[in-house]
Design a binder for this molecule. Structure first.
Ligand SMILES: Cc1cc2nc3c(=O)[nH]c(=O)nc-3n(C[C@H](O)[C@H](O)[C@H](O)COP(=O)(O)OP(=O)(O)OC[C@H]3O[C@@H](n4cnc5c(N)ncnc54)[C@H](O)[C@@H]3O)c2cc1C
Length: 476
């Protein structure tokens, strides 16, 4: 397994293909390193005895000890551990831990490659196993590149005025394919070793060129990463906090005629399986959400309760009721994820697959509630969450005393602690990073309608209709 230093060293050696803030940068740029803090934590804590049993697993390919973020789940226990791990790491990271993307991609691909091979006699699963072994042995980080630009939302890929709106094959060669298109909103692609690419939707029979899945190094010729940073407000040194070190780069990943060798291809034209792969990744990712959303929810509940305590409103009935609302969201989502693990099934590949209904109802509930949780924080915190004077004014020799006096709440709590608590509320409610978490809470892993579709497509509603008919005495 790698250390965080080894992870950064490998990134620094990659070719420069990131554009950020008007310049072309390498992966040793301080903004890239800053944004990678959550990923670095997944290396650091794997060496910590307290986290070892959660953060490491035994590879089903080599039998070696590996980082759990490179593991293919083999049991209910694996799914439960991934969920618990995700929640715990979110507590420390203060938000999205990002590395689940690659893990969920690997798990989705492990299932579908086997199914395609069984149906078509292809050798995608062998390709996958070789890639997964390399990924595990080198303890790599994979970005999940699924969401296409999609152009006209109601037009199919083959009906788009511009065929590149969905990533597709533009040339087939004996040794591989050439692809063109773009994948949007790719979290952490600028500090991932590999880009793992799957279709974003079902494909029609005539859409074989769009039914393509593969993995390539993130600095492959023809790949351009157009990045956008999401950081918290930077404060003066004496008022910095662990949240100051947290960040995220989102990315528009452009594939401008990129060659993908045969051994890195996991699907190539078998249209029937494009939808299965799209939904398969989404299923594993939504199960991850049943760990991270409760984790972020715990932090939001924490800052809300802390401010209530400092304001001396924690005993007030409506405040307690609102905190209970937040607790219920986190625990119900977590419980749904546990149910998805307990009701999981084994795919022909041997991968343990979460239950579709429970993973989706959990993710759906989290997505519907995320702005409500933020609203409660906003409600209890009051306006200072967005009007808090900057740390420079807090430290100003002339007027700092006013800031310190008037940010202070109940007697006995220091001005600095009050300031820090409000600064944390500002990080969640009014920073680029906080806003990104909120939007990700709705759209990450698929927009709310996608969970509705997954639930409606899987749920046996006729069973319920028959219950009603039976109770109504209807015989037909
Ligand atoms: C912060 C963040 C991080 C993300 N990280 C990743 C990542 O790492 N990798 C990745 O691949 N993706 C990632 N995503 C992408 C995420 O999965 C998408 O945002 C989501 O699937 C919605 O796609 P979209 O943004 O293109 O919105 P749209 O597809 O435009 O959807 C917006 C809304 O339009 C409506 N709509 C769209 N199409 C239809 C239709 N055909 N019929 C009916 N209604 C429709 C729905 O109401 C939908 O909610 C991330 C997103 C965010 C916000």
């Amino acid at each position: 397994m790698r250390t965080q230093e080894q992870y950064l060293e490998r990134l620094a050696k990659m070719k420069k293909n990131i554009f950020l803030g008007g310049e072309k940068i390498g992966r040793d740029d301080p903004r890239v390193v800053h944004a990678s803090s959550a990923i670095r934590m997944t290396f650091e804590l794997a060496e910590n005895p307290e986290f070892e049993s959660l953060l490491t697993a035994t590879s089903h390919i080599t039998g070696e000890k590996i980082n759990r973020f490179t593991h293919i789940h083999q049991s209910t226990d694996d799914l439960l551990k991934k969920q618990e791990l995700t929640r715990k790491l979110c507590h420390i990271a203060g938000g999205c831990i990002q590395r689940c993307m690659g893990c969920d991609m690997l798990n989705g691909i492990s299932v579908t490659t086997k199914n395609v091979d069984l149906k078509h006699g292809t050798n995608y699963h062998e390709n996958f196993l070789k890639f997964a072994k390399y990924f595990q042995e080198n303890d790599l980080v994979g970005a999940g590149s699924q969401t296409d630009a999609k152009g006209d939302r109601l037009a199919r890929p083959s009906e788009q005025w511009d065929p590149d709106q969905y990533l597709h094959v533009v040339e087939r060669r004996d040794d591989g394919v050439v692809v063109r298109g773009a994948k949007l909103h790719n979290t952490m692609a600028p500090y991932a070793d590999e880009l793992i690419v799957v279709p974003t939707r079902m494909m029609g029979k005539d859409e074989g060129d769009w039914a393509i899945a593969f993995a390539i190094p993130a600095d492959t010729e023809g790949v351009t990463l157009i990045a956008k940073e999401a950081f918290t407000r930077q404060r003066e040194d004496n008022l910095k906090s662990p949240m100051s070190n947290i960040g995220d780069l989102e990315c528009m990943t452009v594939f401008d005629d990129v060659f993908v060798p045969n051994e890195r291809i996991f699907l190539n034209g078998e249209t029937r399986f494009a939808g299965e792969l799209a939904l398969g990744f989404a299923l594993f990712h939504r199960h991850s959400y049943t760990g991270c959303k409760p984790g972020i929810g715990d932090v939001l509940t924490g800052v809300t309760a802390l401010l209530a305590e400092y304001n001396n409103t924690l005993k007030v009935e409506h405040v307690k009721g609102k905190l209970v609302d937040m607790i219920c969201v986190a625990e119900l989502v977590y419980a749904a994820g546990m149910a998805a693990a307990y009701k999981s099934t084994k795919a022909p590949s041997g991968t343990q697959v979460p239950n579709v209904i429970y993973a989706n109802v959990g993710r759906r509930h989290a997505g519907h509630a995320i702005y409500h949780e933020a609203e409660i924080l906003c409600d209890i915190a009051g306006g200072l969450a967005v009007t808090l004077p900057d740390s420079k004014e807090y430290n100003n020799p002339e007027i700092g005393k006013y800031v310190q006096k008037y940010v202070t709440r109940k007697e006995g709590v220091s001005p600095e602690n009050c300031y820090r608590a409000y600064a944390l509320a500002e990080d969640f409610l009014a920073s680029e990073l906080g806003a990104t978490f909120l939007v990700a809470g709705v759209h990450g892993g698929g927009s709310p309608i996608m969970e509705d579709i997954a639930i409606w497509g899987t749920y046996d509603i006729n069973k319920n209709i028959n219950l009603a008919k039976n109770l109504a005495g209807i015989k037909d």
